[in-house]
Structures are given as structure tokens and as C-alpha cells.
Design a protein around this ligand. Structure first.
Ligand SMILES: Cc1cc2nc3c(=O)[nH]c(=O)nc-3n(C[C@H](O)[C@H](O)[C@H](O)COP(=O)(O)OP(=O)(O)OC[C@H]3O[C@@H](n4cnc5c(N)ncnc54)[C@H](O)[C@@H]3O)c2cc1C
Length: 403
């Protein structure tokens, strides 16, 4: 017999959990089921990120990211304080790696102010006082005092406990294996369910699920691998804040930067190297030959048409497979860094980046598509972890208006 729920959410990453929490906040009596294909939380994007609560600097006015990031960061930091979860208000400096990047500082400053982020422009002397190991190529930098770091897995586990206490059913090791949209029903290998509304928050697989609903058929998710090196403890380099480069604003990645994790370690990364499978984290494991062919085809198109300056971007990123090239990128931010200071690490994540096949473009903003009884979160890229609590409010508001 089919079990019936008001809402079935696919995926127990930060998006799925935050949306479930928002549903229960607005309607405590709603029955909610979350299906998660893995046997534990945080196996993909939500457990493999930098753990940075972005303050909202990068995003153009009117973008969805601009609307939800700053508010989301504040809500996530408050959640950590309320629940006694670790959080460090560490701050961030954004430095031009090349002199010609200097003009972007004013643009980013204005975006930050418009988006509600605390941000200031500092000179070389001020930079050396607050972050002695960081370098600016132009004599200026941006300072974001409110950028925080958190422990993403602790947050996921806390949300899990909170949702269970509120009566949400969360089934791990339960992939959604087939759907019948016309009957509002779906199956896992073990059970069948009917739903009033389905929310697809499956991260790296969101396009595949949405296509089963004839939604977003123009879109495909391309996986980009982010590897990190760990800063050796005996490097003699101490970074008090996060050090990011002024990014290439044509592409949806922020460039190799330093990350101080909540346990006190420092990493450099992540890269944005094409991966050949949605779960191609390590060596050959996770390569999907059929997918690899399609990914190569779409990347070739981007390269050939040089959309969004993709040619230069891919040359830079391809080089970062090689440690000396990775070092060069990191040294533009922290010149004292040496090859021996970068230790290989198992920290790796995959950013599933939405690609519009018709327009041949990487989509820069979050994309949500609503249908009568389903909602699809199609491009939950960074800063989706930061924004999750305000993003989920936005998703539910739109769902109620459009549903
Ligand atoms: C290297 C890296 C660094 C990043 N750094 C930051 C950062 O510092 N700050 C920030 O805000 N963001 C950052 N991000 C982005 C952020 O981590 C993601 O945007 C966010 O975690 C996406 O969450 P999600 O819940 O949408 O997807 P996911 O976390 O991928 O969750 C989706 C879940 O769906 C499950 N699933 C898939 N298919 C099925 C199925 N058929 N049935 C059931 N379940 C299914 C998966 O197992 C998974 O658990 C980073 C991402 C990466 C990869």
C-alpha cells in the first residue's frame, strides 16, 4: 500500500533539510518525508564544502543569490549560536591577484553594500596589519569582517535531530528510483509513496530527476571537482582570516583561496577541474563513461564558443591538476607559500554546475522551477549552504504562490 505525505522531499542535503524545516515552521501539522539515497548525511556538496558563510559580496543586484545570501548567513550563524554549534566570525580579505583586477574591487564593494554585507576597502598597509602574509597586486583589497566559518556536518546532523523531533520522517539509504508525476507518486527500492507536493533537492542529480517531470530539459548539470591542499603545520605561515582572490565574475567559481576550517586547519583550494562523473571524487572511482562523453561534449562547446571567457578559465584550471601550477595560484595570494607547505588532502568536493544547452552558458544564479505539484531546485551552487534558511523561505513562498 502506498504511504501518503503532504510533502516528499528528495535529498537530505542542506537544501532539503532547510526546506523541510521551513515547511514545519509554517505548517506544523504537515506530514513531511525526506528520502536520502546515502546511508549518512553530508556525503556530497553539503558535507564537502569550505564551510564558509559568505557575507553576500559577489552577487549582482536582483539576482536570487543577492536576495538570500546575506540574510541566510546571519540566520545560519544565529542557528549555530542558538544550538551551541561551532562558529568562528573569522573575516575575509579579497585581494587582486593581478593589478588589472583592481577595478573589480569597487564593483564588489558596491555589490556588497547593496546586498547588505559589511564591507570596506583597505590599503596595502591596513592589509599587512590585519593579514601579514596576504598580498595585494594593486595596493588595495576588500575586507569583509562578518564572513564566518562553520562545521557543515554538525549543522546537517543538528537539523536532522530537530526535524525528527518535529515529526519529519527521514529515510536514509532510500533513493527515489522511479516517479509517476501524473499520479503524484514515486518509488524507492523498498516502498511506494504518494505526495501532495514533491520537492526535488537532489543536488548533483537534480537535473536527472527534473527531466522525469519534463522540467528543465534544456539544462544539464556539469560536475567540477574541487580539490584542496592542506597547509603544513610547520609552514610558519599563519592566516588569521580567509584570503580570497578577486574572482573572475564571468564564471560561477571564486578561484583558489585559503580556508580556515573550524578545527583550526588551513586549506588552499578548491579547484574547479572538470570531473567525469557526478561522484567522481577520487582517481578513477565514480567515472561514468557515458556521462563523461556528454560532459566532454558540453565543455568542448563552451571552450569552442569561448562563452563566459571559458577558454582562459579552463587553461587556468586544467593547470591546477599540477601541484606547481596550483602553488602559483595560491602564491598570488600568499607569496611566502612553498611547494613543501602544501600537503595532499582527502578534502574534495564536486560542484554540480547548471549548463544551459541552448544558450551554451553556465548558469550563474540559483534556479527553481515550480509545477503544480512539484518544485525543482536546479542549481544549488555556492552560496547555497550559506543561504539555505532564507533560500528555503523563498522557495516555499514561491511554491505557495505558484502551486
Ligand atoms: C568544494 C565545494 C566548496 C563549497 N564551498 C561553499 C562554501 O564555502 N559556502 C557555501 O555556502 N557553499 C559552498 N559550496 C556549495 C554548497 O556546498 C552547495 O551548494 C550545497 O551544499 C548544496 O546543497 P544541496 O542540499 O542542494 O545538495 P547536496 O548537498 O548535494 O544534497 C543533495 C542530496 O540528495 C541526495 N540524492 C541524490 N539523488 C537522490 C535520489 N535519487 N533520491 C534520494 N536522494 C538523492 C544526495 O545523496 C545528497 O545527499 C561548496 C561546494 C563545493 C562542492
Amino acid at each position: 500500500m502506498q504511504k501518503i505525505f503532504d510533502y516528499v522531499i528528495l535529498g537530505a542535503g542542506i537544501s532539503g533539510l532547510a526546506i523541510a524545516r521551513e515547511i514545519k515552521t509554517q505548517n506544523p501539522l504537515a506530514s513531511v518525508l525526506i528520502l536520502e539515497k546515502e546511508n549518512e548525511l553530508g556525503m556530497h556538496g553539503s558535507g564537502r564544502n569550505s564551510g564558509v558563510m559568505h557575507s553576500g559580496i559577489y552577487y549582482p543586484e536582483k539576482s536570487l543569490k543577492a536576495r538570500v545570501c546575506a540574510e541566510g548567513a546571519k540566520a545560519m550563524v544565529s542557528y549555530c549560536y542558538e544550538r551551541n554549534l561551532p562558529v568562528k566570525m573569522i573575516g575575509k580579505v579579497i585581494v587582486p591577484a593581478k593589478e588589472q583586477d583592481d577595478g573589480q574591487i569597487d564593483l564588489l564593494y558596491n555589490r556588497g553594500v547593496n546586498n547588505g554585507a559589511a564591507v570596506s576597502i583597505i590599503d596595502e598597509k591596513q592589509l599587512s596589519e590585519i593579514e601579514p602574509y596576504a598580498r595585494t597586486a594593486s595596493g588595495r583589497a576588500l575586507f569583509s569582517p562578518e564572513t564566518a566559518v562553520v562545521d557543515p556536518k554538525r549543522i546537517l546532523n543538528e537539523l536532522y535531530k530537530e526535524l525528527i523531533a518535529k515529526g519529519v520522517q527521514i529515510k536514509l539509504s532510500c533513493p527515489c528510483s522511479s516517479v509517476k508525476p501524473s499520479q503524484s507518486s514515486l518509488s524507492t527500492p523498498y516502498d511506494s509513496y504518494s505526495y501532495g507536493h514533491l520537492i526535488n533537492a537532489t543536488g548533483q542529480f537534480a537535473d536527472k530527476i527534473s527531466h522525469k517531470f519534463q522540467v528543465g530539459e534544456n539544462f544539464v548539470l556539469l560536475p567540477f571537482k574541487g580539490i584542496y591542499y592542506k597547509l603544513a603545520e610547520n609552514s610558519g605561515i599563519q592566516l588569521k582570516r580567509l584570503v580570497y582572490p578577486v574572482p573572475d565574475l564571468n564564471v560561477p567559481f571564486l578561484g583558489v583561496h585559503s580556508v580556515n576550517t573550524i578545527d583550526g586547519s588551513t586549506y588552499f583550494g578548491p579547484t574547479a577541474i572538470p570531473a567525469f562523473g557526478r561522484e567522481h571524487y577520487y582517481k578513477l572511482k565514480g567515472i561514468d563513461p557515458e556521462e563523461a562523453l556528454k560532459i566532454s561534449y558540453y565543455l568542448f562547446q563552451l571552450y569552442w564558443k569561448n562563452e563566459q571567457g571559458f577558454r582562459q578559465f579552463s587553461h587556468d584550471e586544467a593547470g591546477r591538476f599540477i601541484k606547481t601550477k596550483f602553488l602559483e595560484a595560491a602564491q598570488q595570494l600568499v607569496p611566502k607559500l612553498k611547494l613543501k607547505d602544501l600537503r595532499p588532502s582527502s578534502k574534495v568536493g564536486i560542484r554540480a554546475q547548471l549548463f544551459d544547452k541552448k544558450a551554451c552558458q553556465l548558469i550563474m544564479d540559483f534556479i527553481i522551477v515550480h509545477r503544480e505539484n512539484s518544485t525543482h531546485v536546479l542549481n544549488a551552487i555556492s552560496p547555497a549552504f550559506t543561504s539555505a534558511f532564507s533560500f528555503s523561505k523563498y522557495v516555499i513562498k514561491e511554491m505557495n504562490e505558484k502551486g
